[in-house]
Write a protein that binds this ligand. Structure first.
Ligand SMILES: C[S@@+](CC[C@H](N)C(=O)[O-])C[C@H]1O[C@@H](n2cnc3c(N)ncnc32)[C@H](O)[C@@H]1O
Ligand code: SF4
Length: 378
């Protein structure tokens, strides 16, 4: 079991908050597609003999690619790797790229899962974020996705947008759950350095919302999604039973994955590597046999930290048997001792086998995780 992530680093318009690697799209993607497949061929041994159980087209904006282009990539991947028959193939779509012909094309490519970047149902938020679509287009896109026969549909929402009240967020969620979506990813807005919002924050032209308000928004999210039948299986992810993202869950469960395309990350248990964030440089290097990635071998401490960062964000939490088996008694004692104070404050729960964050703990998950980071060697 392994995953393949494919990064399509092109967007038609740049959103003010986003620091995922992307550039403005162009009309001709043929060189990029050929290069991506060349990279796949160069790295065909990365996953060893493992079969590919998930493929994820992320971005950037995969929906700036035509069906023909996406099909060519999938054909190539199928020839190079051993792809399981019922592989979960996800494509991220921007609502204004969606129409019935495009969706039919995706169906024919055997795409199983659609992720729609809706972000908010309020036009004022969408304008502020510099999104391309409005709320009517978003609702249309979602309906057309269902009409095309997709049932495994997830949407992205952002909360903590300045000017959005808790009531407005609650209404956003009510409207979201009026659709038969199976999954929701909801992210608190972050102000990333170098983005338009990051620069505005630096200049004092915009401000982050108060911590208390963030907590109320997060509580509302948990309550509303749980009463709509969703399981909160990762800090930002909610799924109906049977519809958790297999691809993302595998990241959190330390399953190996290969990342193709500029800025894509790969992980094989012992090392992680990331491709350069530069389309031109990537194309040049892949085609001229030059290095196009950086690599970090993970020592035992880095593997421990990696495991904590990923597992503690999920409902499965830290598997104490795994900790003992992999990081021995020192690792086990370190985790259980450190967890004591968080348990006492009601921020973590422990049973024989696992250690998980409570809802209160999830609110300050980043702080708790950073306390678990191991500074020296085990
Ligand atoms: C990189 S985008 C790719 C998806 C697609 N291009 C789109 O915009 O719909 C993945 C998701 O990350 C979230 N995201 C990106 N930057 C964020 C930020 N600074 N704060 C909160 N959410 C963010 C958005 O919800 C977005 O849909
Ligand atoms: S949020 Fe999506 S569409 Fe907007 S800039 Fe980022 S990747 Fe592009």
């Amino acid at each position: 079991m392994a995953g393949i992530y494919i990064h399509i680093p092109f967007c038609k318009k740049l959103c003010f908050y986003c620091d995922f690697y992307h550039i403005i799209s162009s009309d001709d993607n043929s060189v990029f597609v050929d290069t991506l497949l060349k990279e796949a061929l160069l790295r065909q041994d990365y996953l060893g003999t493992e079969a590919v159980s998930t493929i994820y087209f992320g971005g950037g904006t995969p929906s700036v690619f035509s069906i023909k282009e996406l099909g060519k990539i999938l054909d190539g991947i199928n020839k190079i790797f051993r792809v399981e028959e019922n592989c979960e193939i996800t494509v991220e779509l921007n609502p204004d790229d969606v129409n019935s012909i495009y969706l039919d094309g995706l169906k024919k490519l055997n795409i199983k899962r659609i992720s729609l970047g809706i972000q908010s149902w309020r036009d004022s938020d969408l304008k502020m974020l510099n999104r391309r679509h409005n709320s009517v287009q978003a609702a249309m896109a979602l309906k057309e996705t269902f009409n095309a026969g997709f049932e495994n549909v997830t949407i992205d929402l952002i909360y903590g947008i300045p000017g959005m009240s808790v009531q407005e967020w609650a209404s956003n969620l009510d409207f979201t759950f009026s659709f038969d979506i199976k999954h929701l990813s909801a992210y608190h807005l972050t102000f990333e350095p170098g983005t338009v919002f990051g620069k505005m924050l630096e200049k004092g032209l915009i401000s982050e919302i108060e911590e208390e308000e963030s907590a109320s928004l997060f509580n509302t999210l948990i309550e509303k999604s749980e009463s709509a039948g969703f399981i909160h299986y990762e800090i930002s992810n909610f799924g109906k039973p049977g519809y958790f993202s297999v691809h993302n869950s595998n990241y959190w469960k330390q399953v190996n994955y290969l990342g193709l395309g500029p800025s894509a990350h790969s992980f094989n248990g012992y090392s992680r590597q990331w491709n350069i964030s530069d389309v031109k440089g990537y194309i040049k290097s892949v085609n001229n046999g030059k290095s196009f990635f950086e690599k970090e071998e993970l020592d035992i401490k880095a593997r421990f930290n990696e495991y904590i960062i990923t597992s503690l964000r999920t409902m499965w939490g830290i598997d104490l048997e795994y900790i003992e088996k992999t990081f021995e008694k020192e690792g086990y004692d370190y985790v259980v001792n450190l967890a004591g104070k968080f348990r006492d404050y009601g921020l973590m729960k422990q049973d024989k086998k696992t250690l998980v964050l409570t809802n209160q703990g999830k609110m300050i998950s980043d702080n708790i995780i950073s306390e678990f980071m191991m500074p020296g060697d085990v």
